[in-house]
Write a protein that binds this ligand. Structure first.
Ligand code: FAD
Ligand code: HEM
Length: 393
């Protein structure tokens, strides 16, 4: 835990650090990528860097960690550390890379805050950084050990299924013919692709099939709209990757997994491509014979855009006590709602655990409605298909 002396210094300087987070972030990445261009080309998501909107996750989480240390000196924010460590491990982050981030982050802090960074201030924040870094390194070490290392593995595409106009499912088998390690429903893999300009970019995709079989399956929505450049990796996977092609995948990671016994009522809510981890969860629950009621809620643009809809319905129908409610912005068939997901008329059993995946505004609304219906905030779990900025709050 933080020493008393450092705690006082961090408390005194936290407001200044918080207020300058954007500027610190800007300098940090500029300095690090100038010194280490390969990190931007082959490790960090250059789409997020270019869009600029989601860059403060890293520095923001250190400020959030510092706040936590000050407010709850006897507890470690394990949930936050686990989530980051799973993401890092899926990317293959190694312990020695923490010194690189440290160097450039602290140069940025000194550059932005100037003389306010006395040796005492630098030492106090150093302590915060290494407390967090060492905690992450320890979790990542455990995750790598559980999966037999941090190497990328080559997988051949054995099937490619067009789900909707924008979504394709890939099924893959290991090129080495070796065994496929199990995973927990709700987890994702990182996929690393070589792009035309020589860069290797990495993105995460939730496994969208039942755990167990000897294939990996994930489903990719092509990211494109007229107002911004097309998504690099989703565009590449859609336009270029066919049966017989080989992709590099990490093992499965992710902390959005159902941790409830068979008698706990569940609510699984998704919107758009956020359906992918929910499909794996439903398949798993059906397999495991989940006894308690399961409410399945989904929102999409239209039935034709609802990827994996047949699986969504079929797995839910295998459960003993399911309730299925879908909403569509357009072309809603009979029995489905028109517009966005709205839980007002959906009964939620006491003690329900909820699992959410979809765009942030969707998850905010559902979360508020669930809390209004008596669901404990601690029992609401979520996955964000991008840097988790909820962590940095
Ligand atoms: C845990 C997790 C699970 C996920 N599971 C799935 C899944 O199951 N299925 C799925 O489809 N996706 C999933 N995702 C999302 C996926 O990882 C990718 O983020 C998604 O495919 C987009 O990647 P991309 O390379 O196509 O887009 P990127 O190239 O990363 O672009 C992202 C956004 O940035 C914008 N952008 C890029 N460059 C600029 C610029 N210069 N100026 C302004 N804007 C710019 C793009 O227009 C786009 O909107 C998941 C993400 C996470 C974190
Ligand atoms: C104490 C140090 C660090 C902290 C606090 C930290 C924090 C974070 C956070 C909060 C995220 C977003 C997680 C999510 O959305 O789920 C993230 C993602 C990421 N981190 Fe770290 N990180 C640290 C060190 C490192 C190091 C050493 C590297 C490697 C050089 C690294 C590389 C990445 C990458 C590549 C991502 C994915 C986001 C992207 O591609 O833009 N991080 N980190």
């Amino acid at each position: 835990m933080l020493s008393e002396q450092s705690a006082a210094t961090v408390r005194a300087t936290l407001p200044a650090v918080g207020a300058s987070l954007d500027e610190i972030t800007e300098r940090f990445y500029a300095g690090m990528f100038a010194a280490r261009p390969e990190l931007l080309r082959d490790l960090f998501n250059r789409g997020n860097q270019a869009a600029g909107t989601q860059r403060r996750a890293l520095a923001g989480s250190i400020a959030a960690f510092a706040t936590h240390l000050l407010d709850h000196p006897d507890q470690r924010p394990d949930a936050m550390l686990e989530r980051i460590a799973h993401k890092h491990a899926s990317l293959g982050i190694a312990p020695d890379q923490y010194a690189i981030v440290h160097e450039h982050l602290f140069a940025a802090v000194a550059g932005v805050l100037g003389e306010a960074v006395t040796p005492e201030v630098a030492a106090a924040w150093d302590e915060v950084y290494w407390l967090m870094a060492n905690a992450l390194i320890a979790v990542e070490k455990r995750l790598y050990e559980e999966r037999g290392g941090r190497e990328w593995r080559s997988w051949e595409v054995v099937e490619r299924i067009t789900e909707t106009a924008d979504v394709v499912t890939f099924r893959l088998r290991p090129v080495d013919g070796g065994p496929v390690r199990g995973f927990r429903a709700g987890q994702y893999v990182s996929v690393r692709v070589a792009l035309e300009d020589g860069a290797r970019q990495i993105r995460q995709y939730s496994l969208s099939g039942a755990p167990g079989p000897d294939v990996r399956q994930f489903s990719v929505k092509r990211v494109r709209d007229d107002s911004a450049p097309e998504g690099e990796v989703s565009g590449h996977l859609h336009a270029r990757v066919r049966v017989g092609d080989v992709l590099e995948l990490s093992e499965a990671y992710g902390d959005l997994v159902v941790d409830a016994d068979a008698d706990t009522p569940l609510l699984l809510a998704s919107a758009g491509i956020g359906v992918t981890p929910i499909i794996a969860m439903l398949a798993d629950l059906a397999d495991a014979g989940h006894r308690a009621p399961v409410t399945v809620v989904h929102g999409d643009r239209s039935p034709a855009d609802h990827a994996l809809r047949a699986d969504h319905e079929a797995y839910a129908a295998k459960l003993p006590d399911p309730t299925v409610r879908f909403w569509y912005e357009q072309d809603a068939p009979e029995g489905a709602g028109t517009g966005y997901v709205d839980l007002t008329d959906v009964p939620v059993a006491p003690g329900t655990h909820a699992y959410l995946c979809g765009p942030l505004p969707f998850m905010r609304t559902v979360r508020e409605q669930l809390i209004g219906k008596g669901v404990a905030p601690a029992d609401i779990h979520y996955e964000v298909f991008g840097p988790d900025l909820w962590l940095a709050k």
